[in-house]
Design a protein around this ligand. Structure first.
Ligand SMILES: C[S@@+](CC[C@H](N)C(=O)[O-])C[C@H]1O[C@@H](n2cnc3c(N)ncnc32)[C@H](O)[C@@H]1O
Length: 318
């Protein structure tokens, strides 16, 4: 059996994202897969995979399910996200125990008392942040990761969003029977992360890993469609135009090191057809436009089709 058929046959028994994440790429997976480098499409083998804007990792987990990845390096600037991945990597059983307790308590309650429990945990989660030690693993990581997963599964729209003070501020979600603890998936993720380097920090820290035979997927925070767009705040740090410029410099530098890079971003021409920000930054690389559904108003309730852009450094380079 080829690796491709192994992946396809087992795809439901292999790891999938454990969080719903703003800007998650589930809907773009086929588009991204169609644009993988030819050698990866043919062999179904990736020597080294790097994803420095990991979020919920929709593409990472898809590749894990369907390709043989020898080594992965995954990075995000969000410290709470990273301790959650590391907790699954090192202490899945303790995390599952915490989540099962939260789930049992939550599901045993009436709607009004569920709501009270949600806001109590949200408050504890926000208070905990002030003196939290993100550098050394402790049992507190397990507690915080279980709070994060609980809030992600029970909050409104499943969106992980912070206000300007860095507090998680999403209201209660009112789902009938949310699955707070998917122990099976956590154990599969745990297994699949054993060959993975997980790092907290700015995307630029992966530079030293970018060598030949490396495939990099870049999915930075969107340039906001308009000034009120929700997609500005994945964390309290905003990703500014200066960061987009730094990223294009990283793209060009890493290309020189021989690695293959695929990048997705929002298309500012959705709003302003004369905005050539990305055309200027990625001059010489083909910019493809693809359709995606996005939230398009300020309270995140109205959805519509918008273009996203896809850039790579291996086909269609002008
Ligand atoms: C569009 S989301 C990625 C979504 C992801 N592809 C998925 O499928 O869920 C962008 C991510 O970049 C992270 N981020 C923001 N600024 C960053 C930076 N300077 N370096 C690394 N990660 C950053 C955010 O925390 C967020 O998780």
């Amino acid at each position: 059996m080829t690796l491709k058929t192994i992946g396809q046959n087992n795809s439901t028994t292999l790891p999938k994202p454990f969080l719903k994440w703003a800007g998650g790429k589930t809907q773009l997976i086929n588009t991204l897969v169609n644009r993988l480098p030819l050698n990866i499409k043919e062999s179904h083998i990736i020597d080294r995979y790097i994803e420095p804007f990991l979020g919920g990792g929709a593409f990472f987990f898809y590749l894990k399910r369907n390709y043989s990845i020898k080594e992965s390096i995954i990075v995000d600037i969000n410290p709470d996200l990273i301790i959650s991945y590391k907790t699954i990597q090192h202490e899945p059983e303790a995390l599952i125990q915490n989540l099962e307790e939260l789930q049992t308590e939550f599901l045993s309650k009436e709607l009004s008392t569920r709501k009270i429990m949600y806001y109590k945990i949200r408050e504890q989660y926000n208070k905990q942040k002030a003196n939290f030690n993100y550098n050394n693993f402790s049992i507190e990581w397990v507690k915080r990761a279980s709070f994060l997963i609980f809030l992600n599964k029970t909050c409104y729209n499943g969106l992980f969003r912070h206000n300007s003070r860095g507090e998680f501020n999403v209201p209660f979600g009112d789902y009938k029977k949310p699955q707070i603890c998917d122990s099976d998936n956590i154990l599969k993720i745990h297994k699949s992360l054993q060959d993975t380097i997980i790092l907290k920090g700015d995307f630029s820290i992966v530079k030293k890993y970018c060598t030949k035979n490396t495939f990099v997927y870049l999915d930075p925070p969107y340039r906001p469609i308009n000034n009120t767009s929700n997609f500005k705040s994945y964390s309290k740090e905003n990703f500014t135009d200066d960061d987009q410029i730094r990223l294009s410099e990283f793209f060009i530098d890493a290309s020189r090191c021989g690695c293959k890079i695929l990048l997705s971003n929002s298309d500012p021409q959705n709003e302003n057809p004369t905005d050539t920000f990305f055309q200027d930054l990625y001059n010489g690389y083909e910019i493809q436009k693809v359709k995606a559904i996005r939230m398009i108003n300020c309270n995140g309730e109205k959805r519509g089709f918008v273009n996203e852009i896809i850039i790579n450094n291996y086909v269609g380079v002008k």
